[in-house]
Write a protein of this length. Structure first.
Length: 304
C-alpha cells in the first residue's frame, strides 16, 4: 500500500456511522490524510414523465430537491466534525438508482489510497438471493479496502497479517510482501504491535499406511512451514516473536489468535480465483469476513 494521503468513506445513509467515522478520524490523523465522504441514497419516487408541467411532476421536483438537501446537510454536519479536528474533507451525495455503480464511480473519481466501509452481517438467505456489495467491492475496489466492524479498537491492540508463503501461486508470494509492508506501515503509524499469522493443515493421506510415522510427518510439515515463514519475516525485519503459526481449522485458529492478540485489524489478500470467486455461503472466506471480531483490510495486487 502506498502512502495514505486520501481516505474515502463510503457512508451508508441507513446505517449508524459512529465507528466508521471514528476509524477515519484516527487514520486521517495518523497519516495526515484528507477525507472524502461519498453517500448514495436512491430516491424511490419517480417523475411523472408524461406530464412534465403537472402538479405531480412539480411535487416530485420539490421532493427530489428536499431529499437531496436532507442528506447533503447530513454530510455537511459530518464534514464539520472532521474540519474541527483540522482534517481536510470533501463530501458528495448521489441519489443514483444503481447503488453499486455509483460507489464504483466515486472510487474512480476520488482515487483514494484507502477506502473505508462499514460491514454488517446479513442473513444467509439474503446472501443467496442478492449480490452483496461487500463481496463486489472486494472484487472490484481499486484501492485497499478496510471493512469496519461495530466495535472499538483496543488501546494495546495489534495488527494481524495473514500470509501463506507456501502457496503455489506467484501472486500469493507478491501479496505476502504487500501484506507485510502494509501491516508494518499501519502498525508504525497507529503504534500497534504486528503479528504474522499462518495456519497449516497436514495432508493426512501421507500418513497411510505408515501410521506410526504420524508424529515425524507432522513435525516435518511444521518445520517446513516455519522455515519459509522465518525467511519471509527476515525480509521484512520481523522477528520470530511476531509469528503466530497454528495448525488445524483455519477459522478457529484465526479467531483464537485475534482474541488473544486483541487485534484491531486483520490484513489479508484477495486473489482473483481464490478469496473472491470461491466466496460462497459457508465458505472459509465468508466466515473470515463476517465472523472475525475485528476490522478486515483486504489487499489486492495491481494485476488482480
Amino acid at each position: 500500500m502506498k502512502a495514505v494521503k486520501n481516505i474515502l468513506i463510503l457512508a451508508d445513509a441507513d446505517d449508524k456511522l459512529d465507528h466508521l467515522l471514528e476509524r477515519a478520524k484516527i487514520l486521517a490523523t495518523s497519516f495526515q490524510a484528507s477525507i472524502s465522504i461519498f453517500m448514495n441514497k436512491p430516491n424511490v419516487l419517480s417523475a411523472d414523465s408524461a406530464a412534465p408541467r403537472s402538479l405531480a411532476h412539480r411535487l416530485f421536483k420539490t421532493q427530489q430537491r428536499q431529499f437531496a438537501e436532507h442528506y447533503q446537510q447530513q454530510l455537511e454536519n459530518i464534514g464539520q466534525r472532521f474540519q474541527a479536528e483540522g482534517i481536510k474533507v470533501r463530501t458528495e451525495f448521489s441519489s443514483a438508482k444503481n447503488h453499486y455503480e455509483s460507489i464504483l464511480g466515486a472510487i474512480t473519481r476520488f482515487k483514494p489510497d484507502l477506502t473505508l466501509k462499514s460491514i454488517q452481517r446479513h442473513n444467509a438467505l439474503r446472501r443467496i438471493i442478492i449480490s452483496n456489495t461487500d463481496w463486489q467491492l472486494i472484487k472490484d475496489c481499486a484501492s485497499p479496502l478496510l471493512l469496519i466492524k461495530r466495535q472499538n479498537w483496543q488501546a494495546e491492540g495489534s495488527i494481524i497479517a495473514a500470509v501463506d508463503p507456501l502457496h503455489a501461486k506467484a501472486q500469493q508470494n507478491e501479496l505476502d510482501h504487500l501484506i507485510l509492508d502494509t501491516s508494518r506501515a499501519l502498525a508504525a503509524k497507529l503504534e500497534l504491535n504486528i503479528r504474522v499469522f499462518h495456519n497449516y493443515l497436514p495432508d493426512i493421506t501421507h500418513l497411510f499406511p505408515k501410521v506410526l510415522d504420524a508424529d515425524d510427518y507432522i513435525r516435518e510439515v511444521h518445520d517446513r512451514h516455519q522455515e519459509k515463514l522465518l525467511e519471509l519475516l527476515a525480509e521484512h525485519d520481523l522477528t520470530v516473536d511476531s509469528l503466530l503459526l497454528t495448525r488445524g481449522d483455519l477459522v478457529k485458529a484465526l479467531l483464537s489468535c485475534i482474541r488473544k492478540q486483541q487485534a484491531n485489524i486483520l490484513v489479508l489478500g484477495a486473489l482473483s480465483r481464490n478469496f473472491v470467486e470461491r466466496a460462497i455461503v459457508g465458505s472459509t472466506a465468508e466466515r473470515i469476513l463476517y465472523d472475525t471480531p475485528c476490522d478486515v483490510l483486504v489487499l489486492k495486487n495491481d494485476s488482480n
